[in-house]
Design a protein around this ligand. Structure first.
Ligand code: ATP
Length: 371
């Protein structure tokens, strides 16, 4: 088992910088997911660790060994691809045994390791079949099995679930997460699917344009994004981002509405040199209530009295267990996630409250989080 240390990794393809200045320390047994939009450099990073690409600069350590100059076969890593890359003319047994035969492992041990892995993955009954006789989920297990039998120090997985249908993907992501913990093998896993990343990872490493933006456990990625890109990439529906001017050091002016700057952000905002900001609020955090419901004494009381604004339901998107409301505030549209029992259709007048402790601010120029 091994830690993986990536220091100052850079990789360029004919003028395209795929990865720039990447520093990432992955602990022994840890499950780190490289996440980011298409073309952000995830696969290139994984291929550099595997030795399938040469780094232009930087160092890669597996365990205590600098592996930059080592052949892929000598790095003790096993890769699982999206395409599975199974040999069609070989049986499942043959596919799983192949890497061990190549490594000249004794036949008896091959037999034992393949059977043990097949038991673990519950594919014993499939050992004599060819890949064409398997379902997508079974092929995926065989591909995993072929990586597991090698007992590598590190698993490198590139979108291994993306060829499966949605239901099987959800099932396999839980299985894979459990398997990784049971085997205790350090794993780097590439995906562009933020839900997959959030549900599986010990830590999510979010990349954009070849540059690592943030690497934290899923909950911190969600609660404390370091910039506007991280805030909008993680979370579904995506976070609402509203451009605001800062007035008199105490008010956020969105044009269509004003709310006070949350107390905890006043100091950091003053310290930043931000001219304008984006107010970020997740759809799950917006508080939506029906307008004008008076309390016993006839006074209309809002839960967030100083940061509530009138709005109108523009459209509703029922999900079954919850509903997404698209809310119109002046000419702005905000999304809120509310209980499925929420009553109100297009045109319904509501009041939306911004819980001060759930507000994020981002520098409008640099996109960096404030506070
Ligand atoms: P995806 O999710 O679409 O696979 P990714 O985040 O894995 O994307 P990479 O495949 O690492 O991204 O690609 C990063 C950048 O490097 C892209 O601009 C891509 O076009 C470029 N690139 C990758 N491999 C090569 C190559 N062999 N030759 C030229 N350019 C390449």
């Amino acid at each position: 088992m091994a830690r993986v240390e990536i220091k100052g990794l850079r990789k360029e393809f004919e003028g395209t910088v795929a990865v720039e200045g990447l520093n990432l320390s992955i602990k022994d047994k840890e499950f780190v997911v490289l996440l980011g939009p298409s073309g952000c450099g995830k696969t290139t990073t994984l291929r550099c660790v595997a030795g399938l690409e040469d780094a232009d600069a930087g160092e890669i350590y597996i365990g205590d060994q600098l592996v930059n100059e080592l052949d892929p076969k000598d790095r003790n890593v096993a890769m699982v691809f999206q395409s599975y890359a199974l040999y069609p003319h070989m049986t499942v047994y043959g596919n799983m045994a192949f890497p061990l035969e190549n490594a000249r492992v004794a036949e008896r041990e091959i037999n034992e390791r393949v059977n043990r892995t097949a038991r673990l993955l519950q594919i014993e009954a499939l050992l004599s079949r060819k890949p064409a006789q398997l379902s997508g989920g079974q092929r995926q297990r065989v591909a995993l099995g072929r990586a597991i039998v090698r007992e590598p120090s590190v698993f490198l997985m590139d979108e291994p679930l993306s060829n499966l249908d949605a239901q099987l993907r959800v099932h396999m992501r839980a299985e894979l997460k459990r398997l990784q913990k049971d085997l205790g093998v350090t794993t780097i896993y590439v995906t562009h699917d933020q839900v997959e990343a959030m549900t599986m990872a010990d830590r999510v490493a979010l990349m954009n344009k070849g540059v690592l933006q943030q690497c934290e456990p899923p909950r911190i990625m969600y609660d404390r994004p370091v910039n506007k890109f991280c805030a909008s990439f993680i979370g579904s529906p995506p976070i609402n981002l509203i451009p605001c001017d800062v007035r008199d050091g105490g008010t956020l002016d969105a044009g269509d509405f004003h709310i006070p700057i949350p107390e905890q952000l006043v100091g950091p905002l003053q310290e930043s040199s931000a001219d304008g900001v984006f107010l970020g609020i997740r759809p799950q955090d917006l508080h939506v209530s029906h307008e004008g419901v008076p309390d016993a004494s006839g006074v209309v009381v809002y839960r967030f009295p100083s940061s509530s604004v009138p709005a109108e339901v523009y459209t509703t998107e029922p999900l079954g267990d919850a509903t997404i409301l698209d809310l119109k505030v002046g000419d702005k549209l905000l999304k809120a996630l509310v209980a499925a029992t929420f009553e109100g259709d297009a045109g319904t007048k509501v009041v939306i409250g911004f819980p001060p402790e759930r507000i994020h601010l981002f520098d409008r120029g640099s996109g960096r989080a404030i506070g």
